[in-house]
Design a protein around this ligand. Structure first.
Ligand code: 13P
Length: 288
């Protein structure tokens, strides 16, 4: 099946009280592991691409070519959206042109008026092209230069303003952060989430920073209207751990263990296992 917008899969998820996972990709192995797992579990999936990962993988056109090729060659029949993660205004336009099926415009650092103006323009383009678009209100914290910023809580009225512009899904900061959560993390603000949900109605809400959020909090967030959950760091940790074990066991020195197809296999399997665990937790299995 060719790439699809995330609109239908998220509308269904919101109505069915489960969430679709967005898993960020970094290379061919990552992409293949996520697509095969989604197919095996009959789950819809969103492939996330940050601007940094986009550069690393030789640009958005290369990624579109790789993903479209895999959908065909691996006979992927579950719904797959290719989504720009935390896109700038310029990045969003490039992805639209390159053939992505979904974008996130992260205007959370602009004053609300400018965020609205730019979001409106991109909503109109996406509508015309049948693409989905995610907006963000209340910036999501995380580690930058070794300093972990705490996640902000979005203003529910601002969320309503942005939701009313016609975006497909909305990321609202509820104390979540990217990367590992610090020891003193206060947890998700369900109060904020409930207030945002009340103001935005059927709009699918997005939870960023899915790595390391305890299962009970994930389930409660889904109950309160979250229908898309982003996971990145957890796949990276799983990949690194499995690769390190392979090397520490000296397996790259045995026979042809240095062959990248062998060297990267444990990391590949570890990503598959992580994605499977998340899809089961999010409830998207058999929802394709
Ligand atoms: P983590 O890296 O914390 O899983 O967050 C992923 C994310 O939110 C991508 O936008």
């Amino acid at each position: 099946m060719p790439l699809v917008s995330a609109k239908e899969m998220l509308t269904k998820a919101k109505a069915g009280h489960y969430a679709v996972g967005q898993f960020n990709i970094n290379n061919l192995e990552w992409t293949k592991a996520i697509l095969l797992t989604a197919q095996e579990l009959n789950s819809p999936v969103i492939l996330g691409v940050s601007e940094g990962a986009g550069k690393y993988m030789c640009g958005y056109k290369t990624i579109v070519g790789m993903v479209n090729g895999m959908l065909e060659e691996l006979n992927i029949t579950v719904p797959v959206a290719l989504h720009l993660d935390h896109g700038s205004y310029e990045g969003a336009k490039k992805c639209i042109e390159a053939g992505f099926s979904s974008i996130m415009f992260d205007g959370s650092h602009y004053p609300i008026e400018e965020n609205i103006e730019k979001t409106k323009e991109l909503v109109a383009i996406c509508e015309e092209k049948g693409m989905s678009i995610e907006a963000e209100v209340g910036s999501i914290g995380g580690e930058e230069d070794g300093v972990v910023g705490m996640g902000e809580c979005a203003d529910p009225n601002e969320c309503k303003m942005i939701a009313d512009l016609g975006v497909t899904m909305l990321a609202a900061g509820i104390g979540n952060i990217h990367g590992k959560y610090p020891e003193n993390w206060a947890g998700l603000s369900f109060e904020t989430l409930a207030a945002v949900q009340e103001k935005t109605g059927m709009m699918p809400l997005v939870l960023h920073g899915g790595t390391g959020i305890p299962a009970d909090m994930i389930k409660k967030a889904i109950d309160l209207g979250v229908s898309k959950i982003n996971v990145n760091t957890e796949c990276q940790l799983a990949f690194a751990d499995a690769t390190r074990k392979y090397i520490e066991a000296g397996k790259d020195l045995q026979g042809k263990g240095f062959d990248p197809r062998k060297l990267l296999a444990p990391g590949f399997e570890a990503i598959k296992a992580t994605v499977k665990e998340k899809m089961e937790l999010f409830g998207s299995v058999n929802k394709a």
